[in-house]
Write a protein that binds this ligand. Structure first.
Ligand code: MRU
Length: 355
């Protein structure tokens, strides 16, 4: 257990000292304020995911694992059936906080399986197993991000220009991140890349989080507005696109932050490889294509008020604010997971990977 504590303490999502709450960095306040939150109630945990205080598909999964473990400890029922019922209630509530990233339900289902497959154990024994499981989810993510980073780095050359969208770095995962993993690992090995970070409207994860993480790591990063992706590609400054993912369907269609598909379309036009990086927990073989992926719609206020002093549009103006879009599999050069580099046809490659 000592070893487990040391591993998790270093990360941006972790259990509190008394193990009754989850501690996160409030990502909505970065980069100007680094504030840690200690969250223990069902409402606090739900709100943190819904408001993107914790965000990024793998980080949401890790957070949910720890969160449901904390909630399980509060269940006042010594009989198995009472415990299982309340656990399921908590799970369904947390699971409804955001719909698109499959990692949320993946982690919660994994935790629930610990409960449902051990009806013969006491509640205390189940709690011990739940603790092991949520710590394992994070430890596995650390290992997966490292492997993804190694595979991703094998596709890059020293000095390459790279564009990325949203934030798929350490804050969104554990340690290296997914899309930023190869860049950070390359930096550790003495390589330099020229990274262009899309600001990522409307919530500016690129400006606030990606540019912050890369700058702090000593990577050459240039912040651009989303509508500047085309010009940097046309200028010949980009040799690869690296993006994360929130859910990958069985045919290789990939959901990621709104605007990702636009970058992929541009990349195809300019003949630049477009790589999607994510752990296998982001692959959802139950989802045949991107059409079946539920896209989260968020408040118009994020567009109209967001980070501006005054609203940028009239109160009565309608807004459409989808948080994600689907990149068609035909635009993706390779999908990089901890198990290797997958090339088209993705339906076969993905099915083989899970076989
Ligand atoms: O709405 P967000 O900020 O949670 O969206 C995050 C993304 O789209 C990331 O690219 C994705 O979750 C991968 S994070 C490794």
């Amino acid at each position: 257990m000592e070893n487990i504590k040391r591993v998790t303490d270093a990360d941006n999502v972790r259990l509190s000292e008394d193990e009754k709450s989850v501690v996160i960095i409030d990502q909505t306040k970065l980069p100007n304020v680094t504030e840690y939150l200690t969250l223990g109630t069902a409402e606090e945990l739900y709100e943190a995911i819904q408001k993107l205080r914790v965000r990024g598909a793998p980080a949401i999964g890790i957070f949910a694992g720890y969160g449901i473990y904390c909630l399980a400890q509060t269940i006042r029922s010594d009989d198995y059936e009472g415990f299982r019922k309340k656990f399921h209630e908590y799970k369904e509530h947390l699971n409804s906080s955001r719909p698109t990233a499959v990692n949320l339900s993946w982690a919660l289902n994994r935790m629930e399986r610990v409960v449902t497959s051990n009806p013969h154990l006491s509640v205390g024994e189940i709690l011990d197993l739940l603790r092991e499981e949520c710590v394992m989810i994070q430890q596995e993510d650390i290992a997966m991000c490292r492997a993804i980073s190694e595979y991703g780095l094998s596709l890059l050359k020293n000095g390459d220009g790279i564009i990325t969208h949203c934030n798929a770095g350490p804050l969104a995962t554990s340690r290296y991140g997914t899309a930023l993993g190869p860049i950070l690992l390359g930096r550790e090995k003495g390589m330099q890349f020229k990274v262009f970070a899309d600001e990522t409207r409307p919530l500016l994860q690129g400006a606030r989080l990606t540019a912050y993480e890369l700058q702090k790591a000593g990577v050459d990063v240039t912040l651009i507005c989303d509508n500047m992706a085309s010009i940097v590609m046309k200028n010949g400054w980009i040799q690869a696109c690296l993006v994360g993912c929130d859910r990958i369907a069985a045919n290789g269609d990939a959901a990621n932050k709104i605007g990702t598909s636009g970058v992929a379309i541009l990349a195809k036009y300019y003949g630049i490889p477009f790589y999607v990086l994510g752990p296998s927990s982001t692959i959802d073989l139950d989802c045949p294509t991107g059409n079946e992926i539920k896209i989260e719609l968020r408040s118009p206020d994020e567009i109209k008020r967001g980070f501006y002093k005054e609203p940028v549009a009239l109160e009565e103006v309608k807004c459409y604010n989808p948080a994600f879009d689907i990149t068609d599999h035909s635009l993706i050069t390779a999908i990089i997971t901890e198990k290797g580099i997958l090339r088209p046809p993705y339906d076969k490659a993905l099915a083989d990977m899970f076989r």
